[in-house]
Design a protein around this ligand. Sequence first.
Ligand code: GDD
Ligand code: MN
Length: 367
Amino acid sequence: MTQSTRPTVSLIVPTYREAENLPELIAAVGAMRERNGLCLELLIMDDDSRDGTDEAVAQIAAPWVRLIVRKANRGLSAAVLDGFLAATNEILLVMDADLSHPPEAIPALVDAIAAGADFAIGSRYVAGGTTDEEWGVFRWLNSRVATLLARPFTAAKDPMSGFFALRRETFTQAAPLSPIGYKIGLELIVKCRCKRIVEIPIHFAQRQRGQSKLTLKEQLRYLQHLRRLFVFKFGNWAHFAQFAAVGTSGVAVNLAALTVLVWLLVPLRLAAALAIFIAMLTNFVLNRWITFSYARGGHFWWQMAGFIGASSFGAVVNYAVILITLYLWPVLETVPQVASLLGILAGLTFNYFASRYFVFRTPEPRA
Ligand code: GDD
Ligand code: MN
């Protein structure tokens, strides 16, 4: 594609303590820009590094380079989103400051978007993509597992990449964004509902200067991010799946409690009732903490009372379904487990809807 037909580009580079990498980065981007006749502005989104970043950028004093120093709401993803809001060109492109991403791949990413892709990724994991040998086994494995966990959301081979491009309109039409941690690219793919994703192979180079900021804490945030994306994409089904998982743990708690109580010589019928109650309590705590975390702000004891109340109805529903099933199909007397299973399913469904719309309502919008 020739320079006249290429769309204009805003290159967003989030930085934290990257002063020593900036001269080389700006020079490399500048050379690529000249060679391709690209209309490109560079926005350096710095989180108030105070490591000489200001001086490094001022020294270069190129009209197409802008440094924006952020003082609030720190973080890689927040910096990128701020950059999108400050950008003035048609295509938004993001890359790291540490020269891990080759600026030479920028025209290919731009061309992919110009040709109709919703999202273009500088990818390590498509044919032709590579990473430096020094990449430790741990980082490689870590990256692969993270990518695998993103599989329900995108078929992209490298959705974790920090090197990507999209049209500005794609971003403005996004659902409310709430990235936590590092994976702003994945967040955009999901929330902008990107369908046509193109991956351009790149060589991901080892950082030569400065330090990586990807800590273990950031990695753990990724799990939280995935859960949010899950709820966004699958809505009530995601809540139901979590509710069912908690319920399954409740069955185990119930049986374990029963075993212990009987072993402590508590009379069987009392032990069974107590075990049900204990499982209800652990179910309550887990559901409040995980399944319906959006309602965590609600009153603990009221929610507990509501949950136990609703679960008791569920238990009655469960029992009633067993009685009805046995009445309709007396053959099942010999395999009461089948009747019991139907009862559990009915009770679970009842409990779910009662919890979702009654006990844990307060649906504060949170994507
Ligand atoms: N503004 C700002 N604020 N920038 C930040 C922050 C922050 O809190 N934390 C990191 N950055 C900048 C860095 O200065 C760098 O330019 C870029 O974000 C990537 O940070 P690195 O610390 O170099 O991350 P990495 O190399 O471990 O991770 C890269 O590869 C991952 C895939 O393996 C990034 O591209 C990730 O996005 C990517 O998932
Ligand atoms: Mn890096």
